[in-house]
Design a protein around this ligand. Sequence first.
Ligand SMILES: NC(=O)C1=CN([C@@H]2O[C@H](COP(=O)(O)OP(=O)(O)OC[C@H]3O[C@@H](n4cnc5c(N)ncnc54)[C@H](OP(=O)(O)O)[C@@H]3O)[C@@H](O)[C@H]2O)C=CC1
Ligand SMILES: O=C(O)C1=N[C@H](C(=O)O)C[C@H](O)C1
Length: 269
Amino acid sequence: MGELPGIVVTGASGRMGQMLIRTVLESDKARLVGCLERPGHDWIGRDVGTAMGGAEVGVTVTDDALEAFARAQAVLDFTAPAATVEFAKLAAQARAVHVIGTTGLAPEDIEKIGKAAHHAPIVRAGNMSLGVNLLVRLTRQVATALDADFDIEIVEAHHRHKVDAPSGTALMLGAAAAEGRGVDLDTVSDRGRDGITGARERGHIGFSAVRGGDVVGEHEVIFYGAGERIALRHMATDRALFARGALKAALWAQDQAPGEYDMMDVLGL
Ligand SMILES: NC(=O)C1=CN([C@@H]2O[C@H](COP(=O)(O)OP(=O)(O)OC[C@H]3O[C@@H](n4cnc5c(N)ncnc54)[C@H](OP(=O)(O)O)[C@@H]3O)[C@@H](O)[C@H]2O)C=CC1
Ligand SMILES: O=C(O)C1=N[C@H](C(=O)O)C[C@H](O)C1
């Protein structure tokens, strides 16, 4: 039997970074071969296990991304857009699978990531959970069945530290609703209503973002009709959910050709 796939985790000290490290260490299908942090971070040079407050695990935190990627079969990356674009280039150079959970990416970031995917598989999704990806499918199905007599609103809630809105998941749900309706999301999106907004426009898709406390992630798609409403809802209660999905994506992508993939591909939905 060959060696287990080697995994590098970026943003090691972050909320998702630490969750990903624990998930890989607990897995019998992969091994942790590297952890990355920014230059100057006080974890650089330390064993990642002790930096996280536990026992030594034999992996030293580094700021040398290319050297770490060259030793890996996959990179799990939940950081920030600027970092992720740079990591996509370096993972492609190292021919390592790049699993991207980072949200808030601009269209130009996504274009650069697309170029990197010519050289190695990239799996990117605003949400790595089975439940949310199923919710995306259901949203498209319901939006296809109902016409614009039903107003679509997407409401999401996250912890107080989240920096982007609407969430990546809310945008996936909005894209699915628009696809089901056969319209372009950019032309029908209503984001951040405030002041004298005028009445709601028929056919528009509304987004609302709530931020507070330690909410892991909650998403609801509501179809408001006359005298009735349909609500589709997902609540994440543990970040480990996303980390398990990311590891599953990394293992799945080992057998794929270079290109762009998402969790629908990984989960076969
Ligand atoms: N797709 C999914 O299923 C999920 C996606 N996410 C997304 O993952 C991302 C991270 O979330 P979370 O872990 O909560 O955030 P955190 O802020 O806790 O962690 C982000 C980490 O990335 C590091 N980082 C940021 N910018 C850079 C950079 N330029 N170079 C190197 N490292 C950098 C941060 O370091 P520093 O502290 O030094 O800035 C930090 O360690 C977000 O975009 C979030 O939306 C989250 C959960 C699930
Ligand atoms: O920042 C988070 O925490 C999360 N981000 C993702 C998003 O933007 O949808 C996924 C999840 O909801 C948690």
